[in-house]
Design a binder for this molecule. Sequence first.
Ligand SMILES: [Zn+2]
Length: 296
Amino acid sequence: MEEKLFQKVFNSSLYRKNYIIMHEIDEILHTLFYNKNGYVKNYNSLEFYCPYCKTDSTFIPNDIPIKNTVKSVIEEYYEYLHDVKTTNSGFNEKKPNPFEFMKKLSNEEEVFIRTFSCARTNGKEDRHTLIYCLKIIEDSIVIIGRYPSIADTSLDFKKYKKIDKSLPSEFNLATGLHSHGVGAGAYVYLRRILEKYIIYPKLNEEQKKLQFFKEKLQAIKDQLPKLLVETPEMYSVLSLGIHELSEEECKKYYKPLESAILFILNEELSNIEQKERMSQVQNEIKKIHSDHKNKK
Ligand SMILES: [Zn+2]
Protein backbone atom coordinates (compact mmCIF):
# COMPACT_ATOMS: atom_id res chain seq x y z
CA MET A 1 0.00 0.00 0.00
CA GLU A 2 1.16 3.52 -0.74
CA GLU A 3 2.17 5.14 2.54
CA LYS A 4 0.27 8.17 3.83
CA LEU A 5 1.38 11.26 1.98
CA PHE A 6 1.89 13.25 5.19
CA GLN A 7 4.41 10.76 6.63
CA LYS A 8 6.08 10.29 3.29
CA VAL A 9 6.67 14.01 2.75
CA PHE A 10 7.71 15.04 6.26
CA ASN A 11 10.12 12.15 6.65
CA SER A 12 11.71 12.61 3.24
CA SER A 13 15.04 14.27 2.58
CA LEU A 14 15.43 17.76 1.14
CA TYR A 15 14.65 18.17 -2.57
CA ARG A 16 13.20 14.69 -2.95
CA LYS A 17 10.13 14.63 -5.22
CA ASN A 18 7.31 12.93 -3.34
CA TYR A 19 4.97 12.13 -6.19
CA ILE A 20 1.21 11.95 -5.83
CA ILE A 21 0.29 8.45 -6.92
CA MET A 22 -2.83 6.96 -5.39
CA HIS A 23 -3.21 9.81 -2.94
CA GLU A 24 -6.53 11.56 -2.46
CA ILE A 25 -7.07 15.33 -2.39
CA ASP A 26 -7.68 15.07 1.36
CA GLU A 27 -4.17 13.77 1.86
CA ILE A 28 -2.70 16.61 -0.19
CA LEU A 29 -4.63 19.14 1.89
CA HIS A 30 -3.55 17.64 5.20
CA THR A 31 0.07 17.66 4.09
CA LEU A 32 0.18 21.26 2.93
CA PHE A 33 -2.12 22.87 5.49
CA TYR A 34 -3.29 22.83 9.07
CA ASN A 35 -6.00 25.13 10.29
CA LYS A 36 -7.91 23.89 13.28
CA ASN A 37 -10.89 26.21 12.81
CA GLY A 38 -10.98 25.77 9.04
CA TYR A 39 -11.50 22.76 6.84
CA VAL A 40 -8.05 21.27 7.18
CA LYS A 41 -7.90 20.14 10.78
CA ASN A 42 -6.41 16.65 10.75
CA TYR A 43 -4.07 16.48 13.69
CA ASN A 44 -1.02 14.77 12.21
CA SER A 45 2.07 14.89 14.41
CA LEU A 46 5.74 13.99 13.89
CA GLU A 47 8.30 12.08 15.97
CA PHE A 48 11.78 13.62 16.09
CA TYR A 49 14.63 14.38 18.46
CA CYS A 50 14.22 17.84 19.99
CA PRO A 51 17.68 19.47 20.01
CA TYR A 52 16.51 21.91 22.71
CA CYS A 53 15.01 19.36 25.11
CA LYS A 54 17.84 17.00 24.11
CA THR A 55 15.51 14.04 23.94
CA ASP A 56 13.05 12.38 21.54
CA SER A 57 9.73 14.20 21.34
CA THR A 58 6.42 14.55 19.52
CA PHE A 59 5.94 17.65 17.37
CA ILE A 60 2.37 18.90 17.03
CA PRO A 61 1.09 21.02 14.14
CA ASN A 62 0.64 24.78 14.45
CA ASP A 63 -2.14 26.76 12.82
CA ILE A 64 -1.12 28.32 9.53
CA PRO A 65 -3.11 31.21 8.05
CA ILE A 66 -4.29 30.42 4.52
CA LYS A 67 -4.30 33.07 1.80
CA ASN A 68 -7.78 33.92 0.45
CA THR A 69 -7.04 32.84 -3.12
CA VAL A 70 -5.78 29.48 -1.83
CA LYS A 71 -8.78 29.22 0.47
CA SER A 72 -11.14 29.51 -2.48
CA VAL A 73 -9.42 26.56 -4.23
CA ILE A 74 -9.92 24.50 -1.07
CA GLU A 75 -13.51 25.68 -0.66
CA GLU A 76 -14.29 24.72 -4.22
CA TYR A 77 -13.30 21.15 -3.36
CA TYR A 78 -15.35 21.11 -0.17
CA GLU A 79 -18.33 22.51 -2.01
CA TYR A 80 -18.06 19.58 -4.36
CA LEU A 81 -18.01 17.17 -1.41
CA HIS A 82 -21.02 18.96 0.05
CA ASP A 83 -22.89 18.72 -3.28
CA VAL A 84 -22.19 15.03 -3.49
CA LYS A 85 -23.58 14.51 0.00
CA THR A 86 -26.74 16.56 -0.44
CA THR A 87 -27.76 16.05 -4.04
CA ASN A 88 -26.18 12.72 -4.79
CA SER A 89 -25.98 13.67 -8.45
CA GLY A 90 -23.32 14.62 -10.98
CA PHE A 91 -20.94 12.64 -8.83
CA ASN A 92 -18.41 11.24 -11.24
CA GLU A 93 -18.34 13.95 -13.89
CA LYS A 94 -17.51 16.68 -11.41
CA LYS A 95 -15.08 14.74 -9.24
CA PRO A 96 -11.93 16.90 -8.88
CA ASN A 97 -8.73 15.25 -9.94
CA PRO A 98 -5.78 15.35 -7.45
CA PHE A 99 -3.33 16.38 -10.19
CA GLU A 100 -5.47 19.30 -11.32
CA PHE A 101 -6.03 20.25 -7.72
CA MET A 102 -2.26 20.43 -7.10
CA LYS A 103 -1.85 22.53 -10.21
CA LYS A 104 -4.48 24.98 -9.04
CA LEU A 105 -2.80 25.28 -5.65
CA SER A 106 0.63 25.81 -7.16
CA ASN A 107 -0.77 28.56 -9.39
CA GLU A 108 -1.92 30.39 -6.26
CA GLU A 109 1.03 29.78 -3.96
CA GLU A 110 4.82 29.62 -4.51
CA VAL A 111 5.78 28.08 -1.17
CA PHE A 112 3.81 26.41 1.62
CA ILE A 113 5.02 26.81 5.19
CA ARG A 114 4.27 24.31 7.95
CA THR A 115 5.49 24.49 11.53
CA PHE A 116 5.33 21.96 14.37
CA SER A 117 6.03 22.55 18.07
CA CYS A 118 7.65 20.24 20.58
CA ALA A 119 4.87 18.84 22.78
CA ARG A 120 7.15 18.79 25.84
CA THR A 121 7.02 22.57 26.22
CA ASN A 122 3.23 22.89 25.87
CA GLY A 123 3.80 25.54 23.23
CA LYS A 124 5.50 27.82 25.77
CA GLU A 125 8.89 27.79 24.07
CA ASP A 126 8.85 29.20 20.57
CA ARG A 127 12.24 27.92 19.60
CA HIS A 128 11.32 24.23 20.00
CA THR A 129 9.78 24.45 16.56
CA LEU A 130 10.28 22.59 13.31
CA ILE A 131 9.82 24.76 10.24
CA TYR A 132 9.25 23.32 6.78
CA CYS A 133 9.08 25.05 3.39
CA LEU A 134 7.22 22.95 0.86
CA LYS A 135 6.80 23.49 -2.84
CA ILE A 136 4.68 21.79 -5.48
CA ILE A 137 6.92 20.72 -8.35
CA GLU A 138 5.24 18.86 -11.23
CA ASP A 139 3.03 16.23 -9.53
CA SER A 140 5.11 16.11 -6.40
CA ILE A 141 5.54 17.82 -3.03
CA VAL A 142 9.14 18.73 -2.26
CA ILE A 143 10.73 19.99 0.96
CA ILE A 144 12.86 22.92 -0.18
CA GLY A 145 13.83 24.04 3.30
CA ARG A 146 13.78 22.72 6.84
CA TYR A 147 14.99 24.03 10.20
CA PRO A 148 16.50 22.53 12.30
CA SER A 149 18.14 20.08 9.89
CA ILE A 150 17.14 16.40 9.77
CA ALA A 151 20.57 15.53 11.18
CA ASP A 152 19.96 17.76 14.22
CA THR A 153 16.55 16.22 14.88
CA SER A 154 17.22 12.60 14.07
CA LEU A 155 16.32 10.31 16.95
CA ASP A 156 18.88 10.00 19.72
CA PHE A 157 21.78 7.71 18.78
CA LYS A 158 23.96 8.46 21.81
CA LYS A 159 22.66 5.44 23.71
CA TYR A 160 24.41 3.19 21.16
CA LYS A 161 27.77 4.28 22.60
CA LYS A 162 27.45 1.17 24.74
CA ILE A 163 27.88 -0.96 21.61
CA ASP A 164 30.81 1.14 20.38
CA LYS A 165 31.79 4.71 21.12
CA SER A 166 32.14 5.63 17.42
CA LEU A 167 28.75 4.21 16.46
CA PRO A 168 26.60 7.32 17.14
CA SER A 169 28.79 9.57 15.00
CA GLU A 170 28.68 7.12 12.09
CA PHE A 171 24.91 6.92 12.36
CA ASN A 172 24.80 10.71 12.30
CA LEU A 173 26.83 10.65 9.12
CA ALA A 174 24.30 8.32 7.50
CA THR A 175 21.31 10.48 8.48
CA GLY A 176 23.24 13.65 7.62
CA LEU A 177 23.94 12.42 4.09
CA HIS A 178 20.34 11.25 3.69
CA SER A 179 19.01 14.62 4.89
CA HIS A 180 21.09 16.40 2.27
CA GLY A 181 19.58 14.31 -0.48
CA VAL A 182 22.47 11.83 -0.86
CA GLY A 183 21.25 8.30 -1.74
CA ALA A 184 23.91 5.59 -2.11
CA GLY A 185 26.46 7.39 0.08
CA ALA A 186 24.21 7.03 3.13
CA TYR A 187 24.00 3.26 2.50
CA VAL A 188 27.76 2.92 2.89
CA TYR A 189 27.47 4.07 6.50
CA LEU A 190 24.45 1.89 7.23
CA ARG A 191 26.32 -1.16 5.94
CA ARG A 192 29.46 -0.22 7.85
CA ILE A 193 27.44 0.01 11.08
CA LEU A 194 26.18 -3.54 10.62
CA GLU A 195 29.54 -4.98 9.62
CA LYS A 196 31.91 -3.06 11.84
CA TYR A 197 29.95 -2.98 15.10
CA ILE A 198 27.54 -5.91 15.02
CA ILE A 199 28.96 -8.70 12.89
CA TYR A 200 32.77 -8.51 12.66
CA PRO A 201 33.52 -8.17 16.39
CA LYS A 202 31.83 -11.56 16.89
CA LEU A 203 33.76 -13.47 14.20
CA ASN A 204 36.89 -15.45 15.06
CA GLU A 205 39.82 -15.69 12.63
CA GLU A 206 38.49 -18.87 11.03
CA GLN A 207 35.00 -17.47 10.54
CA LYS A 208 36.37 -14.29 9.00
CA LYS A 209 37.80 -16.40 6.20
CA LEU A 210 34.40 -17.81 5.19
CA GLN A 211 33.70 -16.86 1.60
CA PHE A 212 30.03 -15.87 1.69
CA PHE A 213 28.43 -13.38 3.94
CA LYS A 214 25.50 -15.71 4.62
CA GLU A 215 27.95 -18.33 5.94
CA LYS A 216 29.44 -15.79 8.30
CA LEU A 217 25.97 -14.92 9.60
CA GLN A 218 25.15 -18.60 10.07
CA ALA A 219 28.39 -19.26 11.99
CA ILE A 220 27.54 -16.71 14.67
CA LYS A 221 23.77 -16.73 14.46
CA ASP A 222 23.31 -17.43 18.17
CA GLN A 223 25.12 -14.23 19.08
CA LEU A 224 23.39 -11.95 16.59
CA PRO A 225 20.17 -9.93 16.93
CA LYS A 226 17.26 -12.03 15.69
CA LEU A 227 16.09 -9.61 13.00
CA LEU A 228 19.46 -9.76 11.29
CA VAL A 229 19.56 -13.58 11.27
CA GLU A 230 15.97 -13.91 10.11
CA THR A 231 16.17 -11.18 7.46
CA PRO A 232 19.51 -11.71 5.68
CA GLU A 233 17.91 -9.94 2.66
CA MET A 234 18.59 -6.72 4.48
CA TYR A 235 22.28 -6.99 3.87
CA SER A 236 21.65 -7.73 0.19
CA VAL A 237 19.47 -4.62 -0.13
CA LEU A 238 22.22 -2.49 1.41
CA SER A 239 24.70 -3.93 -1.09
CA LEU A 240 22.25 -3.38 -3.95
CA GLY A 241 22.08 0.24 -2.87
CA ILE A 242 25.82 0.56 -3.22
CA HIS A 243 26.16 -1.34 -6.50
CA GLU A 244 22.89 -1.24 -8.45
CA LEU A 245 20.02 0.94 -7.24
CA SER A 246 19.50 4.43 -8.63
CA GLU A 247 19.97 7.45 -6.34
CA GLU A 248 16.17 7.93 -6.27
CA GLU A 249 15.59 4.30 -5.25
CA CYS A 250 18.24 4.57 -2.54
CA LYS A 251 16.49 7.61 -1.07
CA LYS A 252 13.11 5.91 -1.24
CA TYR A 253 14.26 2.80 0.66
CA TYR A 254 16.42 4.62 3.19
CA LYS A 255 13.80 5.00 5.94
CA PRO A 256 12.72 1.33 6.13
CA LEU A 257 16.39 0.27 6.19
CA GLU A 258 17.19 2.80 8.88
CA SER A 259 14.28 1.49 11.00
CA ALA A 260 15.50 -2.09 10.58
CA ILE A 261 19.02 -1.14 11.64
CA LEU A 262 17.73 0.77 14.65
CA PHE A 263 15.71 -2.32 15.59
CA ILE A 264 18.87 -4.45 15.37
CA LEU A 265 20.89 -1.96 17.42
CA ASN A 266 18.18 -1.88 20.09
CA GLU A 267 18.24 -5.66 20.28
CA GLU A 268 22.04 -5.66 20.56
CA LEU A 269 21.85 -2.99 23.24
CA SER A 270 19.34 -4.91 25.30
CA ASN A 271 21.52 -8.06 25.03
CA ILE A 272 24.48 -6.09 26.37
CA GLU A 273 22.43 -4.63 29.20
CA GLN A 274 21.01 -8.04 30.05
CA LYS A 275 24.56 -9.43 30.35
CA GLU A 276 25.60 -6.50 32.53
CA ARG A 277 22.66 -7.06 34.86
CA MET A 278 23.39 -10.77 34.99
CA SER A 279 27.00 -10.32 36.01
CA GLN A 280 25.96 -7.71 38.58
CA VAL A 281 23.49 -10.13 40.16
CA GLN A 282 26.04 -12.97 40.01
CA ASN A 283 28.64 -10.86 41.78
CA GLU A 284 26.20 -9.96 44.52
CA ILE A 285 25.33 -13.58 45.15
CA LYS A 286 28.98 -14.61 45.14
CA LYS A 287 29.76 -11.86 47.62
CA ILE A 288 26.99 -12.96 49.99
CA HIS A 289 28.26 -16.52 49.70
CA SER A 290 31.89 -15.68 50.41
CA ASP A 291 31.00 -13.28 53.26
CA HIS A 292 28.99 -16.03 54.84
CA LYS A 293 31.84 -18.55 54.44
CA ASN A 294 34.33 -16.15 56.01
CA LYS A 295 32.07 -15.73 59.06
CA LYS A 296 32.18 -19.42 59.80
ZN1 LIG B 1 11.62 20.47 22.95
